[in-house]
Design a protein around this ligand. Structure first.
Ligand SMILES: NC(=O)c1ccc[n+]([C@@H]2O[C@H](COP(=O)([O-])OP(=O)(O)OC[C@H]3O[C@@H](n4cnc5c(N)ncnc54)[C@H](OP(=O)(O)O)[C@@H]3O)[C@@H](O)[C@H]2O)c1
Length: 386
């Protein structure tokens, strides 16, 4: 089989895996296809939490023994982290398939290679690393969770060419075009939780649901980061505190918040997490722990500027999505997305690693893992509670 054939069939396995988009937490998305005489003859994927391993499902759906020359393509190595070390390997060995192509390794370094070794011991030929970057990228939420035992905190921003998220008047709808906004909907559907700052909720009153063309509106957990419960002081509460999904809303606040406002929210059916804080700011390490305890493995923050900058300043942002539109304001009073750093050397800049570049209409998305410099000077005045 040529390299391009292998990549083509691994792409088919990736497409199969993506059928479980947003449905598999806390399991990863995994897809498998079986190829005979240059054609895909069976496929399977993890489709929900607790779903059986795709290899076993695939051979069951085939309903016969695979051909002697059949090849199996699977996007992630069967291993302890995905709970498939025994069942996935057993399903493959029992099927009699002798050629297996694997995309990503088991994400835990100490587990890496275990599934491949078990297959090789059983006489199966294994080739790894086929479209490995794409297969790893597919499970960025799961991989982070399983490796770091904490949810991945990601932030999205949509900016002009000069890094602004709103005009000087506050007008911010819309910076990017329809295709980029649909892509945001896709990520909202993948992450089990979305988060916003109090400022964005008050200014924009967003619904924070995923509305994909041709699909029903979907709502995961919705977090509001609001240290003083400013959002509960308004005469009219924001939509996400009163709509049909309000029991998915969790307001994260501090012990400095007024108990009357907490009661007001709870009476509406909104959940409130009160975290102990020294300075009226939600402590993100505590927030992570609480998310971990309730099994939320990823949060997709959608700003605004203060929240995103604070996550960076506190070195708590793990992943960043930056959509860039081909428009330019050139206005010093327009709202910048990132604020408050004092960086005097380029070598002290924050960087994105494992970068992926994608194009949506005229807009570009650059996304990647945030890598922090050893030294990060911050202009504290920007973040003080004025
Ligand atoms: N283009 C985009 O991608 C995008 C995305 C989202 C929003 N926006 C725009 O951004 C603007 C809003 O940005 P913003 O900077 O004003 O608001 P923001 O970041 O949404 O909210 C800031 C407020 O949230 C609270 N907050 C943030 N971090 C906190 C923490 N760790 N603990 C406790 N409270 C915390 C604080 O409330 P208190 O001051 O009450 O303590 C803070 O003032 C709007 O114009 C919106 O349209 C653009």
């Amino acid at each position: 089989m040529t390299r391009s054939d292998k990549e083509k069939f691994m792409s088919a396995a990736l497409d199969e895996a993506k059928k479980g988009w947003g449905e598999t937490h806390p399991q990863p998305m995994i897809g498998a296809v079986l190829v005979e005489s240059g054609k895909v003859v069976a496929s399977a994927h993890i489709d929900r939490s607790g779903s059986r391993c795709p290899e076993a499902k695939l051979f069951e759906s085939l309903g016969r023994s695979p051909a002697k020359t059949a090849s199996l393509f699977v996007t992630m190595e069967p291993g302890p982290s995905s709970n498939r070390l025994e069942s996935g390997v057993r399903a493959i060995v029992e099927s009699g398939v002798k050629h297996v192509f694997i995309g990503a390794h088991d994400p835990v370094v100490e587990h890496e290679g275990k599934g491949s070794d078990a297959l090789k011991e059983a006489g199966v030929q294994v080739e790894r690393r086929i479209r490995i970057e794409d297969c790893e990228d597919l499970n960025l939420i799961f991989n982070h969770w399983i490796n770091h035992k904490t949810p991945i905190l990601a932030a999205k921003s949509a900016t002009t060419l000069d890094g602004k998220i709103a005009c000087r008047t506050g007008e911010s709808k819309w910076i990017t075009g329809e295709a980029a906004r649909q892509n945001v909907m896709l990520w909202r559907r993948l992450f089990p939780a979305i988060g916003v700052g109090a400022g964005t909720l008050i200014e924009d009153d967003p619904r924070l649901t995923s509305r994909l063309d041709g699909e029903e509106e979907w709502c995961g957990v919705r977090f509001v980061i609001d240290g003083l419960l400013r959002t509960a002081m308004e005469r009219f509460l924001p939509a996400i505190y009163t709509d049909d999904f309000r029991d998915n809303t969790i307001v994260v606040t501090t012990d400095a918040a007024g108990t009357g406002y907490i009661r007001r929210l709870e009476t509406e059916g909104v959940n409130v997490w009160v975290l102990p804080a020294a300075n009226m700011k939600v402590p993100f390490p505590e927030f992570r722990k609480k998310c971990y305890d309730v099994g939320i493995n990823g949060i997709y923050f959608e700003g605004g500027s203060k929240l995103t900058s604070e996550l960076l300043h506190m070195r708590e942002l793990d992943y960043h999505f930056n959509y860039r539109a081909p428009i330019l304001l050139g206005d010093d009073k327009a709202k910048p997305v990132y604020r408050g750093m004092r960086i005097e050397k380029l070598s002290h800049a924050l960087r994105l690693d494992r970068v992926r570049n994608e194009t949506y209409g005229d807009d570009q998305l650059m996304r990647g893992f945030v890598s922090y410099p050893p030294r990060l000077d911050v202009d504290e005045t920007v973040f003080s509670n004025e």
